[in-house]
Each structure stands twice: as C-alpha cells, then as structure tokens.
Design a protein around this ligand. Structure first.
Ligand SMILES: Cc1cc2nc3c(=O)[nH]c(=O)nc-3n(C[C@H](O)[C@H](O)[C@H](O)COP(=O)(O)O)c2cc1C
Ligand SMILES: O=C(O)C(=O)c1ccccc1
Length: 330
C-alpha cells in the first residue's frame, strides 16, 4: 500500500496517546475464569435490534476502502456477510451504498449529520432504501481530529477518480463531508422525524451522556474514541465502558470499539458490559492483505478466539460474561 495511505489508516490524533492507550488498557486487564461450568459447546449468537448475528463482533465504519483494496467497501461487505455479522458502512465510503448492499449485508449506515438538513435527510433515505437496518450517528467529531501523520504527509484529498460516493446530491455533485460543531441533542430528535431506523450514537465516553442518550430515546450506544483519531488524551474505551454500562442499566444495547485485537479483548469487553464490539483497523488490514476472503477469515479468527477464551473462562453464552470475571493487573 502507498505509505501515505497506510499512515491514514494506522494513525491517530496528536501524540497518538489515545491510539496507544486503547491497546495498553487491555494489557492491564486480566480474566478471572470460572471452573466446572459444564459449558459444552459455546453459543456466540447475538441479537441486535431484532436481527440475529453469528458473532458479537461487528465491522466498525471506516473511510476510503478503495485505498486499501480494489474491491473496496463491497469486498468488506462480502467478508462481513460470510462471517455472519454486520458491516457499518461509513459515510466516507468510496463506493455507493447500493453497490455495497448488493455485495453483502446486513448493513448499518454511519452518518455525520450535515449542516444542510435536506441533504442529511436525503442521505438517510438513500441508506434506508439500500437496505441499511440502523443509523450510527458519530458524535465525537464536532470538528475533525488533528492527524499529524496526514498533515506531515500532505494527505488532504483522495487520489483522482475516488470520491465519497454517498455524498452526491440530486444533481450528481459530490459534497465535502462537513463536521458540525453546532449540533446539539435537538439534532437527534430531528433525525427521529426523518427515519424509523434504530439510531445509535457512536463516540460516547461519559456516563452523563449515556443517560442523556437514553432520555432522548436513542436506541443504542457505541462507546468509542474513534480509534484515537479525534480527541487525543481521551480515555481508553475499555476503561470508559463500565461507567457507561452502569448508567445505561441494560435499557439499550451498548457496544464498544477501540483496540480490540484478540478474542480475549472481546471477552473482557463483553464482561465489562458490552453487548457487542466493533473492529476497525483489523478489518482494514485484512482487506488490504486479501480482500473479502481475508476479511471473512479475520472475523472468523476473532470469533474462534472468543469461543476458545469463553470455554477456558467457563462461559457458554455472551450473557454469562459478567464484570467479576475481569481484574486489573497488579
Ligand atoms: C482509517 C479509519 C477511518 C475511519 N473512518 C471513520 C468514519 O468514517 N466514521 C466513523 O464514525 N468512524 C471512523 N473511524 C473510527 C472507527 O469506526 C472505529 O471507531 C475505530 O477504528 C475503532 O478502533 P480500532 O481501529 O482500534 O478497532 C475510522 C477509523 C479508521 C482507523
Ligand atoms: O478518518 C476518519 O476517522 C474519519 O472519520 C473520516 C471522516 C470523513 C472523511 C474521512 C475520514
């Protein structure tokens, strides 16, 4: 891969403390297994918003898949579908959501609400028409993160021929993705009037925001710091998760992403209160290395690692994973 594009995928904001911190936080946690639980075969099936998945490991929304592989987002969708899970399509996808939907599914659609409400509504309608089953509203990006690798590399625009295909308006012109620092909770109420799809907020770290989200009728939360690409210095997601899960008190699903690289990381996230997890860079790395089959195999590998770790920890189903199974290393 072009090293400038490799830096775009791998990099984070500022000094990359949060990027590293997501991984380091898992290094400090240990599993306290149970014995003689007679689990037999494990059952990893997971239901989210009424749809059954083979695994609690989903594909996080990430931009610009055509920079990683000529199959683009369609290849990722095919891989996710073969692994029996959801792909969250980024608003910054380089292929049209209709094309991605033909390659796989189930899909959810990630949205940066745009300052132009008419255009935002048209993007939501388009995702709905393509078959997306939930809307993931990214709320950790009132402004774009300062990615110093991209600034050093001068990576400011896509190579010729690539565009954010889901940013075309009705004249066919491609709009730039805007970050909107004027968005407040009223924006979520407005989105409710636009779509009947489940609405998840992505990028919640503070338990007070988790409570507000439930009060505003949000259907799900993703505890995320954008893979360390937005606020450098933000708390590691696995450390933020317990307080968010406690604030939500099982009223809506709570998902988490950031630094999940092993099945044991998934086990710890589920034990700390997540209903499911998402993976970003592991999928991008697999896509770059081998397209749809590599994406499928990476998701299956993570799922097999989770299954194995659950057997060793004495859990049959994700619901058997509880906070007492995780300790902070001394
Ligand atoms: C290259 C790249 C592009 C991303 N693009 C988006 C995006 O368009 N929308 C979004 O909400 N999150 C985006 N994210 C954040 C991911 O959804 C996710 O929060 C993060 O990658 C999870 O951390 P992990 O990569 O350690 O698994 C992006 C992340 C990466 C690495
Ligand atoms: O890179 C990202 O993390 C991201 O979210 C994004 C959003 C819009 C355009 C390009 C990337």
């Amino acid at each position: 891969m072009n090293p400038v594009h490799a830096d775009f995928f791998a990099g984070g904001a500022g000094a990359e403390r949060t990027l590293r911190g997501n991984l380091a936080a898992f290094d400090r946690l240990r599993i306290v297994p149970r014995v003689l639980r007679a689990t037999g075969d494990r059952d990893l099936r997971t239901t989210l918003f009424g749809a059954g998945l083979a695994t609690p490991i989903l594909v996080a929304p990430t931009a610009f898949h055509l920079l990683a592989h000529p199959g683009g987002e369609a290849a990722t969708a095919q891989g996710a579908a073969a692994a029996g899970t959801v792909m969250v399509v980024s608003m910054a996808a380089t292929q049209p959501v209709e094309v991605i939907a033909r390659a796989g599914g189930p899909l959810w659609f990630q949205l940066y609400p745009q300052p132009d409400p008419g255009f935002t509504a048209s993007v939501v309608k388009r995702a709905e028409a393509a078959g997306c089953r939930a809307l993931v509203v990214t709320v950790d990006s009132p402004v774009f993160g300062r990615r110093e690798r991209d600034l050093r590399n001068g990576f400011t625009e896509l190579p010729a021929g690539l565009v954010c295909e889901n940013m075309r308006d009705d004249t066919g012109r491609v709009r730039d993705i805007a970050m909107d620092a004027t968005a407040g909770w009223d924006r979520i109420g407005w989105l409710r009037t636009v779509t009947g799809l489940p609405i998840l907020l992505k990028g919640v770290l503070h338990p007070a925001d988790a409570r507000l989200a439930v009060e505003h009728g949000v259907d799900g939360l993703i505890v995320s710091n954008h893979g360390g690409r937005q606020l450098d210095g933000a708390i590691a997601t696995i450390d933020a998760l317990p307080a968010v899960a406690e604030a939500v008190a099982k009223r809506i699903p709570v998902l988490v992403d950031g630094g999940i690289r092993r099945g044991t990381d998934v086990l710890i996230a589920l034990a700390r209160g997540a209903d499911a997890v998402l993976v970003g860079r592991p999928v991008l790395d697999a896509l770059a290395a081998g397209g749809a089959t590599a994406v499928r195999d990476r998701l299956r590998e993570l799922t097999a690692e989770l299954d194995h770790a659950m057997a060793l920890a004495g859990a049959r189903r994700p619901d058997d994973l509880t906070p007492d199974l995780v300790a902070v290393a001394g």
